[in-house]
Unconditional design. Structure first.
Length: 629
């Protein structure tokens, strides 16, 4: 564990929420609601849960005996009943649930009624393969309607799905199959990205060799039909073995819904386990309260079903809330840098959920691209994934939404937490660089390595003092690893991130504890150095690492991607070094600065600083384990 951090970056500018956005926000009395959620979590979450349909009411809202917590104990439910049946019965049968877009400009719309029938057909298909409650199913499918239908079908019959990002290698896929002992694997022959055809089935073919638990591989053949092997089932045939009606399996509130593997930055991937009841209640609540999704919204999430964002806010949260969701297979800036703005204009997107790395990618192309399109429908841009640099916030605010009264808001959470945990609500003032305040039910604290609270504006470890209904229940097959997360700071959930909180309760997440820089005796978060660089007019994105030095112990090295129209030079290098000193102070001296065309990132868009550091120390990148999340 690390000691406290120095906080050098000044992030005290205050931007008030636009009047119209604030006026229509779901939560109008944050302080009052937040206080109640902390003082009476059972009453608060119980009221939220009552808005949804239960087969049997719960006997107890929360049973909390650290590190184990259960929610809506004794209650019976199925998340797909609330995502599908409830809407069909309440008059949303013909409302569009999804607008799927392909890189080639293709479009497919599916209503709630149509989605219900597709999911029921897939659920009957699962039953025909012998899949039942508690069985594990690996889903290695692209971001498509078929991928989402398969997830929902698993939940419908009570099977536990584990989605693996369609693109991870055979080794990573095999590791997950073996860890959860998957009975069935779903895949596609191909996916499409940047106009190229990417094979998926060949990866699955390698991964399942000798995997004794796998009884069937279901293959969605998007190109020509090929002869399949003895364990293989054609997806189209799979969808026609049963009818279009399949009652949702009655699940206990604490029955597992899915396992999602995340490796963080070190160690063996861990299977984060979420359950039907609490996950449903939490993701639904934040779809309404944070993302401010309403009946008339057209919502676009740029993530993938392979990540927790896709699970919570492409699939389950928006469906339970009854929202129309846009999603797209392929790269955000392909076939052109105008692609995202064209989609917003064409479909009248009102709420966009994206990652800071995506905003910085679009920043690189300049403000001329969004100016070509009508973005006046866009009320909210919400960000999560990595810290949102102040400059990226200003660019998005000034060029995408400010002119018509829209707003850019930040939020922070993890695979383990499944929904916004810290954030700026649509009617809160923003402090660029600070993610916002603790959300409902969240008792956040910044502590030193002994677990003692640090003073305001001093960096330390970010911990949560109590559980949430939508938090993970355990790490699949490894409860000891789960318990360790709660034991390092006794009685608190250790997030693994460093952060700083100001006097107003606004929190800035400074980066992973493993990525802390030790420069001239000062401990500094990577976010501060990278934000200082991105605040320069020439910089689109940056990464910072500490490089071992025989004299100083550690020196600061940075990697910079320039915006279109700028070229790397010694003059610009010196200007950037000087700029960072001016922003953060004379103790922050960049010893080396490289101009690079791209940065190594995880599949979910996070910079892999450990890989940069390892290469600097002479490691062969080909010898390093690929990091997925």
């Amino acid at each position: 564990m690390t000691q406290s951090l120095d906080n050098l970056l000044q992030m005290n500018e205050l931007y008030q929420a636009p009047e119209e956005v604030a006026k229509r926000a779901f939560l109008q009395n944050f302080d009052e609601v937040y206080k109640r959620s902390i003082e009476d979590p059972e009453g608060f979450w119980g009221e939220v849960a009552q808005e949804l349909s239960w087969f049997k009411p719960w006997e107890k809202v929360r049973d909390w005996q650290c590190p184990n917590h259960q929610w809506f104990v004794g209650g019976q439910v199925n998340i797909t009943y609330n995502a599908l049946d409830r809407h069909v019965k309440e008059g949303r049968k013909n409302k569009v649930a999804y607008i799927f877009l392909g890189e080639d400009g293709s479009e497919r719309q599916v209503t709630y009624g149509q989605l219900y029938k597709l999911v029921c057909r897939a659920a009957n298909g699962l039953k025909s393969l012998g899949v039942s409650k508690g069985d594990r199913v690996i889903i290695y499918l692209p971001l498509t309607i078929e991928g989402i239908v398969t997830m929902l079908a698993c939940a419908r019959v009570g099977a536990i799905h584990s989605v693996v990002y369609a693109g991870l290698g055979a080794g990573a896929l095999r590791e997950r199959i073996e860890d959860c002992q998957a009975k069935v694997v779903f895949t596609s022959d191909v996916t499409y990205r940047r106009g190229k055809v990417v094979s998926l089935k060949t990866i699955v073919d390698q991964a399942v060799v000798g995997a004794e638990s796998v009884q069937h591989v279901v293959v969605w053949q998007r190109q020509e039909k090929n002869e399949l092997g003895p364990l293989e089932v054609d997806f189209d045939d799979f969808m026609t073995v049963g009818g279009s009606d399949c009652p949702a399996e009655v699940m206990e509130s604490e029955d597992p819904l899915f396992i999602l593997y995340t490796s963080g930055t070190t160690a063996k991937p861990k299977g984060v386990l979420h359950v039907h009841g609490g996950y449903m209640v939490g993701t639904y609540f934040h779809a309404k309260s944070f993302y401010d999704l309403n009946e008339d919204d057209v919502y676009w999430c740029t993530s993938d079903i392979g990540w927790i964002v896709g699970h919570s806010y492409i699939v389950y949260g928006p469906l339970v809330a009854g929202v129309t969701t846009v999603f797209r297979e392929g790269a955000l800036d392909y076939p052109s840098a105008g692609t995202p703005w064209e989609i917003i204009e064409q479909y009248g997107v009102t709420v966009l959920f994206t990652a800071p790395t995506a905003l910085r990618l679009l920043m690189k192309y300049g403000e001329e691209w969004p100016k070509k399109y009508d973005l006046t429908s866009l009320r909210l841009i919400t960000c999560a994934g990595e810290p949102l640099n102040p400059e990226a916030w200003r660019w998005a605010n000034d060029n995408l939404v400010a002119a018509h009264g829209g707003y850019v808001i930040d939020n922070w959470w993890q695979t383990e937490l499944s929904a916004p945990t810290l954030g700026t609500l649509p009617n809160m003032a923003t402090k660029p660089g600070k993610v916002g305040k603790a959300m409902m039910g969240v008792e956040a604290a910044i502590v030193d390595s002994d677990g003692n609270p640090v003073e305001p504006n001093k960096g330390g470890l970010l911990v949560l003092r109590s559980p949430l209904p939508h938090m993970m229940r355990t790490i699949y097959g490894n409860p000891e690893r789960y318990e360790q997360i709660w034991s390092q700071v006794p009685g608190s959930y250790l997030t693994g991130d460093m952060a700083v909180m100001d006097e107003d309760g606004y929190i800035a997440v400074l980066g992973r504890a493993d990525d802390v820089l030790n420069i001239a005796g000062h401990r500094i978060g990577t976010m501060e150095v990278e934000s200082a660089l991105v605040s320069h007019e020439a910089v689109a994105e940056a990464a910072a690492i500490g490089k071992p030095d025989p004299v100083k112990g550690e020196v600061l090295k940075t990697f910079v991607i320039l915006k279109i129209g700028y070229e790397g030079s010694e003059e610009l290098r010196q200007d950037l070094v000087k700029h960072v000193r001016n922003v953060l102070g004379p103790i922050v001296v960049i010893s080396e600065l490289d101009f690079v065309p791209k940065l190594p990132k995880t599949r979910s868009g996070k910079i892999i600083r450990r890989l940069l550091k390892a290469v600097e120390m002479g490691a062969d990148p080909g010898d390093l384990t690929t990091l997925e999340e």
